[in-house]
Design a binder for this molecule. Structure first.
Ligand SMILES: [Fe+2]
Length: 206
């Protein structure tokens, strides 16, 4: 730990993408990643750094900023940019080239215990994504001992309600509009079949 008392707070950094920007093509194009990661995600990180500078949140870790500002109407801008920073990093890790397929055994067992079959779990994720009105996120979470599918609006994240996120899919239009226009279902199904990173979800299961 540093004892340096200068005003420089810890800057939040845009984490590197876990794969090249064209690695998810053709399901998600390099063009989409260019805007989504390079402009939207970067924008949230930059805004967050500006918003917390000189405030009580300047030296807090990202997760702490999210939980400390959730539900506080005078802290909405900080919450939104902090949560969107976290959500997008989590989303990039929820995808991988040549994803989809079968989850690792321990996760698959848990999925079958909670949903019956892997297919039922994927259908529930897609349905949640389709029924999230407007912008938001669909999540596979651990809630107590059970896996669940939940959806959140705008920047909201299940971290604030005591659930443990295992993976997420971004259903904001900026996630799919360049590649799929208004066909959100096609984006969701392609991501679930070809990109979803079950290894990441299994790792988060602990
Ligand atoms: Fe996004």
């Amino acid at each position: 730990m540093s004892n340096d008392k200068t005003k420089h707070a810890t800057l939040h950094l845009l984490p590197p993408l876990p794969y090249p920007d064209n690695a998810l093509d053709p399901v998600i194009s390099a063009n989409t990643i260019g805007f989504h990661y390079g402009k939207h995600h970067k924008g949230y990180v930059d805004n967050l750094n500006k918003l917390v500078e000189g405030t009580e949140f300047a030296d807090l870790k990202l997760e702490k900023i999210i939980t400390e500002t959730a539900g506080k109407s005078d802290k909405t801008a900080i919450f939104n940019n902090a949560a969107q920073t976290w959500n997008h990093s989590f989303y990039w890790n929820s995808l991988k080239p040549k994803g989809g397929g079968e989850p690792p055994a321990a996760l698959k067992q848990k999925i079958e215990a909670s949903f019956g079959t892997l297919d039922a779990c994927k259908k529930e994720l897609a349905a949640a994504g389709m029924t999230q009105f407007g912008s938001g996120w669909v999540w596979l979470v651990l809630d107590g001992d059970k896996l669940k599918v939940v959806k959140t609006g705008n920047a909201d994240v299940p971290l604030t309600t005591g659930m443990k996120p295992l993976l997420t899919i971004d259903v904001w239009e900026h996630a799919y509009y360049l590649d799929y226009q208004n066909r959100r279902a096609d984006y969701l199904n392609a991501v679930l079949d070809k990109l979803i990173n079950w290894d990441f979800a299994a790792k988060n299961l602990g």
